[in-house]
Each structure stands twice: as structure tokens, then as C-alpha cells.
Write a protein that binds this ligand. Structure first.
Ligand code: HAM
Length: 423
């Protein structure tokens, strides 16, 4: 029978890769929590309506990228393509905003989009993110950008190009949409198929077109459609970013691919990533989303970052820590008769916090010792007939090849000295 492979667009994370992933996830948790964000986990399946109403029907995500299915009761469910709508639904549904405002939450987990798989684009991918729910202050837009900025710094990632823009409020956007339609309508015949459709469904997305880039150059500027309050909000964000020592690049064409944004939007770009996948992550303010989901109007802001893309950049820059070996110590019996004594010693070492693998298989000692190298152990503890009789063990330093016989009572301390580098 043919072997079963992982589904298209998915990847296994094998043990050698897991250390890097854990390093990234730990750094994100530590940085987010240093700003007072608390962990949240929401379901991987959600009502399809959450994304139709939240992300927007005219977005690529809802139009063509969702994994949607019916449950046995005929309800439409979707594997979450993003985390903001779910985090907002969970926080407001549990009235967290009535305890503290703003509610600060962080998350990490799998997300699903049926995009054409290629480097940096998978069907299943991982995001880390934060959401700050309940206040409209521009200082919070700057705060979330700062969390991401400190996170990239904690990973040693340099060369991030932070792109920022303001989409203004609903009225600003309506004005801008009109200006865009006026500009593009006489050019309709020259537009690509996608753009001709966007002109009627979601004109803001015309700015995302790579094929009609020349036309994008000449399109009206969003800034010119913003009213005074929206401009003040954005100016305050830029000022706060500067005060935090964060270099922001104003990008008038940045519109993002989800419909729920208002005012501040941003993306983190890196030159080592190519083309469509050049964004490590992004986010912004989404003051209108709560109402779309049926909750009272609640301002909010947040970001999400792609874990696999960040790891690609960190690998290119060489900042990922080395692979952690499985164990520090291998305990082995010389013959099956000493299996019980060897197991007791392994327990003792684990209690003393040494990562310990036990090998009591019925095979030659030199083979077992070769296995020590494969699990990455630096110390071998060998238990033979004489050792059992003398309540002792042979401790071998696998780097220096020196060995000594020590009483069981001194075993943990001897091993700790070797692992600590002062044998
Ligand atoms: P997004 O820009 O759609 O934003 O996704 C954020 C990041 O997730 C992307 O920049 C990318 O790194 C990663 N990503 C997205 N799709 C894929 C894929 N198919 N394969 C690999 N990585 C991918 C959001 O999801 C918003 N929820 C961000 C947000 C939070 N806005 C406010 N709060």
C-alpha cells in the first residue's frame, strides 16, 4: 500500500525543529506578558459567519481561502483563517472588558488558509498575536507595534521595515472609495480581471495590485481623504512610535487584506522574504468589528505575526539557537541483571534535574555507549555486576573519555559537576 503523506500545504514539525519554534513562542509570551498581556486560547473551528461578518465577504480570505464544512447538524463551520475575530468574540462574550479596560490578550496557534502553497504560504500555519480591546487611544496602537518590535529584537532579528498607514474612519474611507472609483473608472478597460472586479466590490484593494502597479502610483492618496480627527490620531501614533525609538515608514498604499480595519494599519516587512510573502505580520485598529459581531461598539487594536516566516528570517540571519540534544545523561546496564539498579539511578538523576535516557536493552555495552552520542548525552553512567555489589556506578565523561567509580550517594553531584563543566 502507498505510504500516507501529510496533506498538501501542511508540514510536520520534527523534534530537531521544535527547539527553534519553542524559542520563538517563549520569546513572544515573555515580551507580551512584560506589557501586561494575558494568554487566551479560542477554538480552531468557529461559526463561518464570524469570518464572513468580521473579515468581510469581498476579501481574498473569505472569497477563496476558507476551509468551510458543515457539522452533523447542518451548521456551517470554518477552520479559523485568523485570530482577531475569535479573540474579540471570546473577550466580549465573557465581558472581560467590564473587569478591566483595555483587555490585553496574547495568543499562539494554528490557522488555516487555502492559498496556493509555496515558500512562506501554507494551508496550515502558525501565528502569534496580541489584541488590546476596549480603548481607542493612539497610544495603544503604538503600544502594540512596540510589543512586536521588542519581540523581533528579542529574537535578534534586525532589518525590519515597519510600514504604517491610516485608513481613517468609515466616512474617510467612503470619501476615499469615491475618489478611487472616479480615478479608476475611466481606466476600467485596461485593468486586470481581479481589479475590474475590485473596482465594483472593494476598491481599496485596487492598491494591492501588483500587475497594475503603474496605475497605483498615480491613484489618489488616502491621506487627502482623512478628516482632522483621523489625521490627529495618526500623527499621535507616529509621535509615540518615534518616542519609543521605533523607525516607522509611512506607506500611503498600505491597505491590508482584511476589511475590519480603521485608522492605524501596519505591516512588518523584511528583505529576505520575497514578493507576496514579504510580510512577517501586520495588524491595526479595528474599532468597528465588535458591532459587526453583534456586540456593543468597542474600539480595539492588535497584530498577528507568521511564525514560519519569522523562523525563515531568523534562520537566514543565523539567530536561531542550536538544536537541543534529547538527553544529557545515558544510564545503561552491562547485562539485563542490572536493569533494576540502572533504572533506580536514572530516576535519581532525573530528580536532580538531569535529562536522562535509560538503556537496559540486552545488547553489547559498546553499542549502548554509541547510542549515547546519538541522543546527545555528555555523560554515561554504567552499571555492571561489581557496581551493584558495591552500591556504586561508573561515571564516564564522554567528552574527555575519563571515567571514575562513585558511590550511588555521590552520583548526582558527580554528574552535575561534569555537566556544569568542572569535572
Ligand atoms: P494577516 O496579515 O492576514 O493578519 O496575517 C498575519 C501574518 O500571518 C502574515 O503577515 C503572515 O506572516 C502570516 N500568514 C498569513 N497567511 C499565511 C499563510 N497562508 N502561510 C503562512 N503564513 C501566513 C491577520 O491575520 C490579522 N488577524 C492581524 C491582526 C490582529 N489585526 C488586528 N489584530
Amino acid at each position: 500500500m502507498p505510504e500516507i503523506a501529510a496533506p498538501k500545504g501542511t508540514r510536520d514539525i520534527l523534534p530537531d525543529e521544535f527547539g527553534a519554534r519553542r524559542w520563538l513562542l517563549d520569546a513572544h509570551r515573555t515580551v507580551a506578558e512584560s506589557f501586561g498581556y494575558r494568554a487566551i486560547e479560542t477554538p480552531i473551528i468557529e461559526a463561518t459567519d464570524l469570518f464572513i461578518r468580521g473579515v468581510g465577504t469581498d476579501t481574498d480570505i473569505v472569497e477563496k481561502q476558507m476551509f468551510t464544512f458543515e457539522d452533523r447538524g447542518g451548521r456551517s463551520l470554518t477552520l479559523r483563517p485568523e485570530g482577531t475575530a475569535g479573540a474579540l468574540r471570546a473577550s466580549l462574550g465573557a465581558h472581560l472588558d467590564q473587569e478591566v479596560r483595555p483587555v490585553r490578550v496574547h495568543y499562539a496557534g494554528p490557522f488555516f488558509r487555502a492559498e496556493r502553497p509555496q515558500a512562506g504560504r501554507q494551508h496550515q500555519f502558525t501565528q502569534v498575536g496580541i489584541e488590546c480591546i476596549g480603548e481607542g487611544s493612539p497610544a495603544l496602537d503604538a503600544e502594540i507595534v512596540e510589543v512586536a518590535w521588542r519581540f523581533f529584537a528579542a529574537l535578534g532579528i534586525t532589518g525590519i521595515r515597519l510600514q504604517v498607514n491610516s485608513l481613517g474612519g468609515p466616512e474617510d474611507r467612503a470619501r476615499y472609495r469615491t475618489a478611487l472609483v472616479e480615478y479608476y473608472t475611466p481606466l476600467e478597460a485596461t485593468l486586470c480581471d481581479d481589479c475590474r472586479r475590485r473596482l465594483h466590490t472593494n476598491p481599496l484593494r485596487l492598491l494591492d495590485c501588483k500587475r497594475d502597479a503603474g496605475l497605483v502610483e498615480g491613484a489618489p492618496l488616502l491621506w487627502d481623504s482623512l478628516d482632522g480627527a483621523s489625521r490627529d490620531h495618526f500623527t499621535a501614533v507616529l509621535r509615540d512610535l518615534e518616542a519609543a525609538g521605533i523607525d516607522a515608514i509611512r506607506n500611503d498604499r498600505l491597505v491590508r487584506g482584511l476589511d475590519y480595519y480603521s485608522d492605524t494599519v501596519f505591516e512588518f516587512w523584511h528583505d529576505t522574504l520575497q514578493g507576496a510573502q514579504s510580510s512577517l505580520g501586520g495588524g491595526g485598529r479595528y474599532d468597528g468589528l465588535a458591532e459587526l459581531l453583534g456586540f456593543p461598539e468597542t474600539p480595539a487594536t492588535g497584530y498577528a505575526l507568521g511564525v514560519e516566516r519569522i523562523l525563515m528570517v531568523a534562520r537566514t540571519l543565523g539567530t536561531v539557537p542550536g538544536v537541543e540534544p534529547a538527553a544529557e545523561v545515558l544510564v545503561c546496564s552491562v547485562e539485563p541483571d542490572q536493569a533494576g539498579a540502572a533504572a533506580a539511578m536514572a530516576r535519581l538523576l532525573r530528580e536532580a534535574a538531569a535529562r536522562t535516557v535509560l538503556d537496559v536493552a540486552d545488547r553489547r555495552l559498546d553499542r549502548k555507549l554509541r547510542g549515547a552520542g546519538r541522543v546527545g548525552a555528555r555523560v554515561a553512567v554504567i552499571v555492571g555486576e561489581n557496581e551493584v555489589a558495591g552500591a556504586s556506578a561508573v561515571v564516564r565523561d564522554l567528552d574527555s573519555r575519563s571515567q571514575q567509580t562513585v558511590p550511588v550517594a555521590e552520583l548526582a553531584a558527580t554528574v552535575a559537576r561534569i555537566l556544569g563543566g568542572d569535572s
